[in-house]
Design a binder for this molecule. Structure first.
Ligand code: ATP
Ligand code: MG
Length: 689
C-alpha cells in the first residue's frame, strides 16, 4: 500500500460499507480504486466477486493492467468493465427471465436509426431519425418504456415519437436484439422484477467500485443500488467539477442522492493533486471557481510552480496547427533527452477540429493518432463483417441478415427480400428462419430460392465452425478462409472506383481479423517476438462483445505518438505536455444559443450549459502535468465563411496574470489546518473538565 496518502489509505481500508471519495482532478481517485481492488483481495474476497466499473473500455483495460501490476494473475478474474459490459453479462446469464435468449444481438447507433426510419414507414430522413433516437434514448435513460412515454407525452410531437418507440420495441423483441440503453435498462428490470436474480447478483458481488461516478445516469444509479443491496459494499469515486456528460443524460443528482440513500455513507476527500504543477492547477482552480459548488473542495500541488501557462493567439485554424507543431518541436529541442512523442496531447472540443492538426503533423513527419474520433467499427467494411458475425450469433437479427445477404452481393434483389420479409412477418419468424420454412417456395421466385437456401446453409456452417474455433491461430485461419469463400476482397475492388481506397479498406479488414484473432487468445506473439499465454475463447464468444468495443487495440496506447483527442475522450487521462486548442468563444464554450442535435437534451437553461462547458475546460486544463498551452484563433471557418472570433471567456477566467504566492491554496490549507488545531486545543481542556 505504498504510494498512497492518509486519506487514500483510509478510503482503501474502509471495506465494511458504502464509501464515496469526492475530490478534484488528479488527486488519485482512480489510484484508490486499483489499490482497493488489491486490498479487498488481501482481506480474502475472491477476485471474481469484485466488480470495478469504469467509464470506457480503454479505462477498463488500463485499470486491469494497473491491478495486475499490484496483485499479478489474480487481477484477471476481477470484473473490470463498463456498466454496459456488466449489463451484457447480466442479460446473457439471466435474460431468459425476460424472454431473451443468451445469443441476443447488440445494435449500434446506425442500426437503431435505420430501424426507427423503417418503423415510421421509411420516408424519414436520417437527421429526424437521429432526433427520435435522442428522445427515445432520453426516455429509456429515465427508465421509461413506450407505454410510459405515451402516457407522459406533453404534445402531439412527443406522442408520435412514443408511438414509433412502441413499434421499435416490438421490432427489437422480434429481432432478439437490444440497444445500448437496454444494456442498463434490462439488467435493472431484471433486478427489480426478479427477486431470485437480484439475490443471486447481490450474493455474487462482494464489492462494487465505480470510477467517474459523476458521469453516471439515473438508470445506472438505480442498477448500482440494486446490485449492492442493503449491505452496500460500494466504493464510488468522482468529481462534480468533471461532470461533462449532462448532454447524454448523466446527472449530478446521483452524487446528491448517495448520502440520502445510504445514510451510513463514509465520505472521504482528497486534497493533494499529484499530477500538475502549481501554475497549471491554479489556472484550473480559477476557471472552475465561478461554478456553484456541490461540496467545498481544496486542491494543492507540491510539484512546484513550474512553467507558466501559455496563451497562443493565432490568426486561423491552420496557423493554430502550425504553432502547435512548433511548440512540440521546441519543447523537444529544449530537453535532453527529448520527451517522447506520446507525452504530448492536443485536445479540442469537437472531432472535426482535428483536421488542420493532422495536416500539420503529417507535414512535419510527426507520428500521431486520433482518439475518440470516428471509430474503426463505424467503417462500412467492418460493419459488413460484423453483420455476418451477428447473424451467426443470433439468427433472428434481421438488420444483420439484410446487411450480410447484400455484402458481398449475391444476386438477391430488393423484391425477393421484400417478399421474404412479408413471409417472415406472416409466419411470425425471422428472415433467416423463413429460409428453412417449407412453405417459402410458394412465396418467392424459384431462381431466388436457390441463392437464399445457399446463404442459409453457409451461415449455419460458419456458425458451427466459429463455435468450435478456439485460440488466435485457428481463428486467424478460419477468418482468412471465410473471406476467401465470400470473395470479400474482390467485392471491395468492385465496389470502389479508386484502387487506393479499396486497398485501404481491405487492409482495414485484415487488421480487424487479426485483432479478432488476438482476442480469441491462446499463444500470442507480439511485435517484439515475446510469447504470452491467454485463456482461449471461441470466435463466437469474441464476436458477441464486438458491438461494445470502440477501440481497435489495447496495445495502441504503447505506441509512441502524439495524441489528438476530444476533451470528452480525454477524461481520466494525463500527459506531460498538453495543448488545449480552439479555446475560442463559440467553440469553448460552444455557441450557447443555436447548436443543433445533440445539445437538445441538455436543459434549455443556458446557465447550466455554460457550467458544463466550464467543467469541460477544467477537465482539459487538468490533463496537463508539466506544461500547458491554450490557443485560440482570431478567425474561424464556419461552413464556407470565415468569421471573426474572440478568445474564450475561460482564458480570462484562468487569471494568468494574477499573483502567485498570495493565492497558493497550500498556504490557505495550512492556515485552515492551524486554525482548526488551535480551536481543537482551546476546546480540549473544556472537554476534560
Ligand atoms: P482524474 O480526476 O483526472 O480522474 P484522479 O483523481 O483519478 O484524476 P489519478 O489518475 O488516480 O487521479 O492520479 C493522478 C496522478 O497522480 C497519477 O499519475 C497517479 O499515479 C498519481 N498519484 C496518485 N496518488 C498518488 C500518491 N499518493 N503519491 C504519488 N502519486 C500519486
Ligand atoms: Mg481518475
Amino acid at each position: 500500500m505504498s504510494g498512497l496518502n492518509l486519506a487514500q489509505l483510509q478510503a482503501v481500508h474502509y471495506t465494511e460499507g458504502p464509501c464515496l471519495v469526492l475530490a478534484g482532478a488528479g488527486s488519485g481517485k482512480t489510484r484508490v480504486i486499483t489499490h482497493k481492488i488489491a486490498r479487498l483481495i488481501e482481506t480474502g474476497l475472491a477476485p471474481k466477486r469484485i466488480a470495478a466499473i469504469t467509464f470506457t473500455n480503454k479505462a477498463a483495460a488500463e485499470m486491469r493492467e494497473r491491478a495486475s501490476g499490484l496483485i499479478g494473475r489474480q487481477a484477471r478474474d476481477v470484473l473490470v468493465c463498463t456498466f454496459h459490459a456488466l449489463g451484457v453479462r447480466m442479460v446473457r446469464e439471466d435474460g431468459h427471465a425476460l424472454g431473451l435468449k443468451p445469443n441476443f444481438s447488440i445494435l449500434d447507433q446506425d442500426d437503431v436509426t435505420s430501424i426507427l426510419k423503417d418503423c415510421a414507414g421509411g420516408t424519414t430522413d436520417a437527421a429526424t431519425a437521429r432526433q427520435w433516437q435522442w428522445t427515445i434514448s432520453g426516455w429509456k435513460n429515465q427508465g421509461w418504456d413506450a407505454r410510459k412515454a405515451l402516457a407522459m407525452a406533453k404534445d402531439d410531437h412527443e406522442r408520435s415519437i412514443a408511438l414509433i418507440m412502441q413499434r421499435y420495441e416490438e421490432r427489437l423483441t422480434a429481432y432478439q436484439s437490444v440497444d445500448f440503453d437496454d444494456l442498463i435498462g434490462l439488467p435493472m428490470r431484471l433486478l427489480k422484477g426478479h427477486p431470485e436474480v437480484r439475490e443471486k447478483w447481490q450474493r455474487v458481488l462482494g464489492h462494487v467500485l465505480v470510477d467517474e461516478y459523476q458521469d453516471t445516469n439515473a438508470t445506472q444509479y438505480e442498477l448500482l443500488k440494486m446490485l449492492v443491496g442493503e449491505r452496500a459494499r460500494l466504493t464510488a469515486v468522482g468529481d462534480d467539477d468533471q461532470s461533462i456528460y449532462g448532454w447524454r443524460g448523466a446527472t449530478l443528482d446521483n452524487l446528491k442522492k448517495l448520502p440520502v440513500d445510504f445514510p451510513q455513507l463514509k465520505v472521504i476527500k482528497l486534497e493533494q493533486n499529484y499530477r500538475s504543477t502549481s501554475a497549471i492547477l491554479r489556472a484550473a482552480n480559477h476557471v472552475i471557481g465561478p461554478n456553484p459548488k456541490l461540496f467545498p473542495k481544496t486542491l494543492f500541488s507540491e510539484l512546484g510552480e513550474g512553467e507558466p501557462v501559455r496563451v497562443q493567439d493565432c490568426d486561423n485554424e491552420e496557423h493554430e496547427a502550425e504553432r502547435a507543431v512548433a511548440r512540440i518541436l521546441s519543447l523537444r529541442a529544449a530537453a535532453n533527452p527529448p520527451p517522447a512523442w506520446k507525452s504530448f496531447a492536443i485536445l479540442y472540443r469537437a472531432n472535426h477540429q482535428a483536421k488542420p492538426f493532422e495536416k500539420a503533423l503529417r507535414k512535419a513527419n510527426i507520428p500521431y493518432k486520433v482518439s475518440g474520433g470516428t471509430s474503426f467499427f463505424d467503417r462500412a467494411e467492418i460493419r459488413d463483417l460484423c453483420a455476418w458475425f451477428r447473424l451467426w450469433i443470433n439468427n433472428d437479427d434481421d438488420p444483420a441478415f439484410l446487411r450480410a445477404v447484400a455484402n458481398p452481393k449475391r444476386g438477391i434483389g430488393h423484391t425477393t427480400l421484400g417478399a421474404l420479409g412479408s413471409f417472415a412477418t406472416q409466419h411470425r419468424t425471422s428472415m433467416f428462419g423463413a429460409l428453412f420454412n417449407a412453405m417459402l417456395p410458394a412465396a418467392v421466385p424459384k431462381r431466388a430460392l436457390d441463392g437464399l437456401a445457399e446463404f442459409g446453409r453457409a451461415i449455419n456452417d460458419l456458425e458451427y465452425r466459429a463455435r468450435h474455433t478456439h485460440g488466435a491461430q485457428d481463428a486467424r485461419a478460419f477468418l482468412a478462409d471465410w473471406l476467401k469463400d465470400i470473395a470479400y476482397e474482390q467485392h471491395l475492388y468492385d465496389a470502389e472506383d479508386s484502387e487506393k481506397v479499396a486497398a485501404a479498406r481491405w487492409s482495414n479488414v485484415l487488421e480487424f481479423c487479426d485483432w479478432m484473432a488476438q482476442r480469441a487468445g491462446g499463444q500470442i506473439e507480439d511485435a517484439a517476438g515475446t510469447t504470452t499465454h491467454k485463456e482461449t475463447k471461441s470466435l463466437l464468444e469474441v464476436a458477441q462483445t464486438i458491438a461494445l468495443l470502440s477501440t481497435i487495440s489495447e496495445r495502441e496506447q504503447e505506441q509512441d505518438m502524439v495524441v489528438l483527442s476530444t476533451l470528452h475522450a480525454s477524461k481520466g487521462l494525463e500527459w506531460p505536455h498538453v495543448i488545449l486548442a480552439g479555446v475560442t468563444e463559440g467553440m469553448l464554450p460552444f455557441k450557447l444559443d443555436d447548436d443543433e442535435g445533440r445539445q437538445q437534451k441538455i436543459a434549455d437553461d443556458v446557465a447550466a450549459r455554460l457550467q458544463e462547458e466550464r467543467r469541460l475546460m477544467y477537465v482539459g486544463i487538468t490533463r496537463a502535468q508539466a506544461s500547458l498551452a491554450v490557443s485560440w484563433t482570431k478567425k474561424r471557418k464556419r461552413g464556407r465563411e470565415m468569421v471573426a472570433c474572440q478568445p474564450s471567456r475561460f482564458i480570462a477566467e484562468m487569471k494568468l496574470d494574477a499573483g502567485t504566492a498570495r493565492e497558493d491554496p497550500r498556504e490557505k490549507l495550512r492556515q485552515l489546518r492551524a486554525e482548526f488545531a488551535a480551536r481543537a486545543q482551546a476546546a480540549a481542556p473544556a472537554v476534560r473538565a
